[in-house]
Design a protein around this ligand. Structure first.
Ligand code: PRX
Length: 682
């Protein structure tokens, strides 16, 4: 019953990060140098101090200044956060208390009222920022649109009125399933303006995934587009929404942006064109003052079970975190052009394309398409053309750029860049050094930012004017962040030893709950160590106090910087008629960081194993989305289990990573080999 592992590499070209909408996958390669390979990090001791000129003009200029802030925030969190919130946020009603309660149920800025769009838009309209570019957008085909703060404000007010006209009220959930076009940012902010809660679903998720999220959120309205451009092809979003809405009874209206001009079916009474609604909408829409704790958005992310978690963020705390960390970590200056290459469908795009930059009155670049279309120089062409100063991307992208060749960035003028960022997974030192030299010209500090959907904003990161960086380390916690590395008993481990990363103090931008499941929220994040936030990552601190994050310690894998639950993929597989049992593990992947390896026990001998592999890959894509495309499907007559019947994932991870005891993988696929391995392992 064994067959060669299927790789999808022969079906699709390479897809770098944030790029799984059309579902290609990388060539399965060797593990050397892949993200998450902590062994290579342990020997890293190069250090890169910030250039002096950079420090002189930075928001935080010195080690001493950082230390003083950090100590203050640790010893007097209420004083620190209270002052920061008064300084940075525009309040309709001042808060009465900085903080109420401890983790898990902490409230911040209690009694205060504000509106996120006042913070991101209105307050910039009284001065010289009124006509400053808020969003510089470029479509994949090269079409460019710039929205000034005044123009963006107007569009947001109009769409807020449109939503109201569709029956959206304060607290209602609105799903946004859209390409990377300005209307996505407009729709987010329009929700925030009237106190509706947006739930954005990355365009790489399938119709089934959209339906699941619609239902879990109880969404009333969905906003989408006919399609989006991806490597010259149209991604038909509206068609997926049609399928999703057949299974989403709560969704009553669907607004469709015309982006590609592709053919769509419009259901009478349900589907409405964005441009038609906007043509008649009033631009007068006062922002609704909302409680500090009013939910701003839900964002689904993968946990260690098969069911995605609706991470819910509040208004004041989240905004404060997004604004402050953007200012500190990206050291934004009034004249900067800032580009974060993430998709807004992920938390990185929420905090660092939309809320953080706009709250700072910055110019944020938004790009619709793939990094390698029409050629692998596309990002650098954009940097040159828009004179980007601060650039934020993911390690998996950097590894792809390395693979595509130095000649691509070399063709463009990248001298406008002054700061580079990395996020999503551990960056391997080789990629770090390449990024520093080939993109940053050796002069730009790199901020390797550790954080999560749940943390709302950056937690551990260099400050670009302060921190001497070590390639592969996210360095030190920001002020207000008090991490610890502990063992299973919750005791702090000595420096140099690996352990679990936890947060011992609450912070304003942390998640408030999991939508509809507060018990699960308490269990997942605070169940292991009561009163302490458990991040799900393993980490160590070196002798200089630098943090090195090693990756997830749960059943979550990180594929091209995207979080996926192995259980989610397993549930998708076992929902196929031909599958009796499945176990999914990650394995080190040269470009993606981790690849997806599926061990499958079919119901009976498959007649055509190769055809079944292809079918299962397709099945997972339709259940979850292209971003979950398995790299390998391996058939086995049985899965190795402990005496109590638990699947031995560690063993499967070894096999998937090629760490097997015999050289021949194919023999490992059969039952006897598995059985003998089981004996060895137990
Ligand atoms: O494992 C860590 C990894 O990404 C996880 C969070 O994923 P997500 O919620 O999708 O958010 C990604 C963008 C913030 C973390 O638990 N991770 C994120 N950034 C880093 C990282 N691992 C190492 N270094 C990082 N800089």
């Amino acid at each position: 019953s064994d067959a060669k592992p299927a790789t999808v590499s022969d079906q699709a070209d390479f897809d770098p990060p944030q790029d799984e909408r059309d579902g290609g996958a990388a060539q399965a390669g060797g593990a050397a140098g892949a993200g998450g390979n902590i062994e290579s990090h342990l020997h890293e001791n190069r250090s890169f101090p910030p250039p002096e000129a950079f420090s002189q003009s930075a928001h935080i200029k010195s080690e001493a200044e950082y230390q003083a802030l950090w100590n203050r925030a640790k010893d007097d969190p209420e004083g620190f956060w209270g002052e920061t919130a008064l300084e940075l946020l525009t309040w309709d009603t001042d808060f009465a208390a900085v903080k109420r309660g401890e983790m898990p149920d902490t409230e911040w800025f209690v009694g205060g009222k504000l509106n996120a769009t006042v913070q991101c838009l209105d307050r910039h309209l009284d001065g010289p920022r009124k006509n400053k570019a808020a969003i510089v957008w470029e479509g994949e085909p090269g079409d460019v649109r710039t929205l000034t703060y005044l123009q963006l404000h107007r569009e947001v007010c109009k769409f807020a009125n449109v939503l109201r006209g569709l029956g959206v009220e304060q607290g209602d959930r609105v799903t946004l399933y859209m390409p990377m076009i300005p209307e996505l940012a407009i729709a987010m902010l329009a929700c925030a303006r009237i106190g509706a809660v947006h739930s954005i679903i990355f365009g790489g998720f399938s119709a089934d995934a959209v339906a699941d999220r619609n239902n879990d959120a109880g969404a009333k309205v969905i906003v989408t587009a006919d399609g989006g451009w991806r490597r010259g092809k149209e991604i038909p979003l509206k068609a997926a929404v049609d399928d999703a809405l057949a299974k989403s009874p709560t969704v009553k209206k669907c607004v469709v942006v015309r982006r590609t001009g592709g053919e769509v079916t419009m259901a009478p009474d349900r589907d409405l064109w964005w441009h038609e609604l906007m043509a008649d909408a009033s631009a007068d829409c006062p922002a609704v003052p909302l409680d500090s704790e009013h939910p701003l958005f839900i964002l689904y992310t993968s946990g260690s079970t098969g069911k995605p978690k609706g991470v819910r963020h509040g208004t004041a705390g989240y905004l404060l975190g997004a604004q402050l960390t953007t200012k500190w970590v990206f050291d934004l200056k009034e004249e900067d052009t800032y580009w974060c290459t993430a998709d807004i469908g992920w938390i990185t795009g929420h905090s660092y394309i939309v809320y953080g930059p706009l709250a700072n009155g910055a110019t944020t670049v938004m790009y619709e398409g793939a990094p390698n279309w029409p050629d692998p120089g596309r990002f650098w062409e954009l940097v040159e053309k828009h004179r980007v100063n601060v650039f934020y991307t993911a390690p998996t992208a950097v590894r792809a750029f390395i693979k595509w060749g130095d000649e691509w960035p070399a063709q463009y003028d990248l001298s406008s860049l002054r700061l580079l960022g990395s996020v999503g997974e551990p960056i391997n030192p080789e990629a770090w050094v390449w990024y520093h030299e080939k993109i940053g010209g050796g002069r730009c500090p790199i901020v390797d930012t550790w954080w999560q959907t749940e943390t709302g904003g950056i937690m551990i990161s260099p400050l670009p004017g302060v921190t001497p960086t070590k390639p592969g380390s996210c360095t030190f916690p920001l002020p207000g962040v008090v991490p610890k590395i502990v063992n299973e008993q919750g005791e702090e481990v000595p420096d140099g030893e690996g352990g679990l990363l936890v947060m011992t103090q609450p912070w304003p931008h942390m998640l408030r709950t999991l939508h509809g499941d507060h018990e699960r929220f308490k269990e997942v994040y605070f169940g292991k160590f009561p009163g302490i936030y458990f991040a799900g990552d393993g980490a160590r601190k070196d002798k200089d106090g630098y943090y090195w994050v090693m990756g997830r310690v749960d059943d979550v894998i990180n594929v091209s910087g995207h979080r996926l639950s192995t259980m989610e993929v397993e549930s998708a597989l076992v929902s196929h008629d031909a599958v009796a049992e499945a176990a999914v593990v990650g394995f080190p992947h040269e470009l993606k960081g981790e690849g997806i390896c599926c061990f499958v026990t079919p119901k009976g001998e498959p007649e055509d194993p190769e055809a079944l592999q292809k079918e299962l890959i397709q099945h997972v894509r339709s259940q979850i989305g292209a971003l979950a495309t398995p790299d390998q499907i391996r058939f086995a007559a049985a899965l190795p289990k402990t005496r109590s019947g638990k699947i031995m994932r560690r063993l499967l991870r070894d096999i998937a990573a090629g760490r097997e005891t015999t050289g021949d993988t194919s023999t490992l696929e059969d039952y006897t080999a598995m059985a003998s391995l089981r004996q060895e392992a137990s």
